[in-house]
Design a protein around this ligand. Structure first.
Ligand code: AP5
Length: 182
């Protein structure tokens, strides 16, 4: 099982990825969590991306692609994974498929958690992570519309897109995910 979870800020990508990771026994790879951990550790990567995250902008495709390529070649990822927050641009999506082709595999489903903007804002405000300031949140929602939503066509065209109503209790979202995956 090779799953991608896509959605806006606060849409529940992390919440659902954790549930699906436990259900299928596959690693949960959250690019946002990895980047925040690098910033907290003040690593070279963390220093490179901290300003970008604080502004709510996307980290460069070059950095993200390089990270994902390495991560997906680790042994725990050999039999499946769930990517939370990756890909986020059409270029990342195309490059991921290109890379998976070279490994003779492919994405099983791209799950799109659909929520109205006001729910994204409410959930993110309640959570208040380092990149949940009003300006960064506004920018993250703009970025979602500019780069992530256009990317959905890519998976829809390849008949791998699973659109899920994310605006319901987390266990109901999980149930809808599992129904769609089967
Ligand atoms: P990322 O961490 O992916 O941020 P995000 O998209 O803004 O999403 P969040 O982590 O804020 O929320 P979530 O959807 O995981 O929701 P959660 O489950 O936590 O990325 C951060 C930044 O890193 C980006 O802005 C960018 O700069 C960079 N980045 C990451 N990936 C990148 C990439 N591929 N390319 C370039 N840059 C990249 O839930 C949120 C809250 O809602 C929680 O409090 C939760 O308890 C609650 N909740 C969840 N589900 C429900 C429910 N069903 N009902 C009620 N409450 C719920």
């Amino acid at each position: 099982m090779r799953l991608i979870v896509l959605g806006g800020p606060g849409s529940g990508k992390g919440t659902q990825s954790k549930k699906l990771s436990e259900h299928f026994g596959i690693p949960w790879i959250s690019t946002g969590d990895v980047l925040r951990a690098e910033i907290a550790a003040d690593s070279t990567l963390g220093q490179q991306v901290s300003e970008t995250l604080a502004k709510g902008e996307l980290v460069s495709d070059r950095l993200m692609i390089s990270f994902i390529r390495k991560r997906l070649q680790q042994t725990d990822a050999a039999n499946g994974w769930i990517l939370d927050g990756y890909p986020r641009t059409a270029f990342q999506a195309e490059e991921l498929d290109f890379f998976l082709d070279s490994l003779n595999t492919q994405v099983t489903y791209a799950i799109w958690l659909e929520l109205p903007t006001h729910s994204l804002i409410e959930r993110s405000e309640n959570r208040a992570a380092i990149d949940d300031t009003p300006d960064a949140l506004r920018r993250r929602i703009e970025t979602l519309a500019e780069t992530t939503i256009p990317m959905l066509e890519y998976y829809d065209y390849r008949q791998r897109l699973l659109s899920i109503d994310g605006n319901q209790p987390a266990d109901d979202v999980k149930r809808e995910n599992l129904t769609g995956i089967r």
